[in-house]
Design a binder for this molecule. Structure first.
Ligand code: UD1
Ligand code: CA
Length: 450
């Protein structure tokens, strides 16, 4: 069955107290909207339509960054969830598959749940995702008879008897796309909120003799985020699940509660992650690599047997091949370190290619930025870069080349050559002793004069 996702995210999100549209607040380094899109990706959607309102341009950019084919439609006035879905109508004209409505502020719906809904759709016209709430609070209530969903009643409009129902509406709803838009046309706003409720389509559908049912999921999946406090709690839940999943996958986490994951962190089996490590987006750490304490990684790839840290920073485009060593206070950005290369202390490597087994001495810096442009440094295999070498890019260092300590490299170094580029040292016989005597005399005079 072909599927279209409709993701609602036009709401103001007043309780976030933020300039940023609610659905762009991040969890695990990705906007919650992207989590909803990723959840929906389980259904291999043909189309994705985001309904945006506040900050629609920023919402559209975030959606496109994740899925270049996602469409964003504008809901100028937020007149209710049915009105929101109606805004996706034009984008889905002629689409002959299913449509499923998700909320941009409900990031944790699982693939299994969406698959269960798709399965239920094979025998019912409309499928609603419900859950048994520990505290049903102000959720809409699902009025059922056996397997049949009769209608949904919003809390504000519910009788005491209806409010006692524990089965709540998550908001996720699925039906044939054309049918969904037909049903929405019949929705009115004569209710306690004066809004067009998407939930009303169930009663309308049943009156027409269509069938509706409920698929249930865990309450944690339908967690909606309305405030910063809820966002923090959702982040904590996300981290707890990410840590548990990594441990389950055979990763060694020495202190799991101090390791922070991004939504897409990939850690191979028997990778070792020490204490206080932060993963930003787009990190892969292969089997058997070690990330030592207090390291920060984003947008990078760490191959088998490599070690990173303690106190290392890998920035986007850092590619560490097998058995590379990156030590303390080393920063690497947009650079490839070939197999067995080492940069163990106090180094910045940016926009560079470092050959296999090459050793980068302490304090080495690739001077990659001239104030306007970035330039590349290329170093061959089996080279030895002396401590405190400044590599003024663009520059190439050959295989088995060496630089003397303190060299400022401004010209290419051929294979096998040693480059020395520093002021020649001169020793002044006995001058140190004379200097000390002179300074001590000055000090003694000052003390006496006080
Ligand atoms: C909605 C459901 C309720 C359910 C609850 C689950 C309706 C009428 N009620 O209530 O049954 O238990 O979600 O959380 O559907 N939105 C728009 N445009 C609008 C209105 C809403 O894009 O005009 C978006 C919001 O940004 C949000 C989502 O739709 O992502 C839900 O809207 P919200 O106002 O939070 O609905 P609830 O009143 O919580
Ligand atoms: Ca809500």
């Amino acid at each position: 069955m072909k599927t279209a996702l409709i993701i609602l995210g036009a709401g103001m999100g007043t309780r976030m107290n933020s300039e940023l549209p609610k659905v762009l607040h991040p969890i695990g380094g990705a906007p919650m909207l992207v989590h909803a899109m990723r959840a929906g990706a389980a259904l291999s959607p043909e189309k994705t339509v985001i309904v945006a309102g506040h900050g629609a341009e920023a919402v559209s950019r975030a959606a496109l960054a994740y899925d270049p084919e996602a469409q964003t439609v504008l809901q100028v006035e937020q007149l209710g969830t049915a009105h929101a879905v109606a805004q996706a109508g034009d984008a889905l004209t002629g689409f002959d598959g299913d449509a499923i409505v998700l909320y941009g502020d409900t990031p944790f719906i699982s693939a299994e749940t969406l698959e269960a809904m798709a399965k239920a759709r094979t025998s019912h016209d409309i499928v609603v995702l419900g859950f048994e709430a520990a505290d049903a609070g102000r959720y809409g209530r699902l009025v059922t008879q056996g397997d049949v969903l009769e209608r949904i009643v919003e809390f504000k409009d519910a009788t005491d008897e209806e409010r006692s129902i524990k089965l709540c509406n998550s908001g996720v709803i699925s039906a044939k796309s054309s049918m969904l838009f037909d049903l929405i046309e019949a929705v009115k706003n004569d209710n306690a909120s004066g809004e067009y409720y998407l939930t009303d389509i169930i009663g309308i559908a049943r009156a027409k003799g269509l069938s509706a049912t409920v698929v249930r999921c865990d309450e944690a999946e339908t967690l909606g985020i309305n405030s910063r406090a809820e966002l923090i709690a959702a982040e904590a839940d996300f981290q707890a699940r990410a840590r548990a999943a990594a441990i389950e996958d055979g990763v060694t986490l020495l202190a799991p509660e101090t390791v922070f994951f991004a939504y897409d962190t990939y850690l191979g089996r028997d990778a070792i992650i020490e204490q206080n490590v932060v993963f930003g987006p787009n990190v892969t750490v292969e089997t058997g690599a070690t990330i030592r304490a207090f390291s920060h990684l984003e947008g990078c790839h760490v191959s088998r047997g490599a070690t990173v840290g303690p106190y290392a920073r890998l920035r986007p485009g850092a590619e560490l091949q097998e058995n590379v060593h990156v030590g303390n206070f080393v920063e690497i950005k947009n650079a490839i370190l070939a197999e067995g290369a080492k940069a163990n202390h106090l180094t910045y490597i940016g926009d560079a290619d470092i050959g296999a087994r090459t050793n980068i001495g302490a304090g080495t810096i690739t001077c990659n930025y001239d104030g306007v442009f970035k330039h590349r440094t290329t170093i061959g295999a089996d080279a030895f870069i002396g401590s405190n070498t400044m590599l003024v890019a663009p520059v190439t260092v050959g295989d088995q080349a060496m630089t003397a300590t303190g060299t400022v490299v401004t010209e290419n170094i051929p294979n096998g050559d040693l480059a020395v580029g520093r002021a020649r040292q001169e020793n002044k016989t006995g001058l140190a002793v004379k200097m000390f005597e002179k300074l001590k005399a000055v000090k003694a005079k000052r003390v006496k004069d006080q």
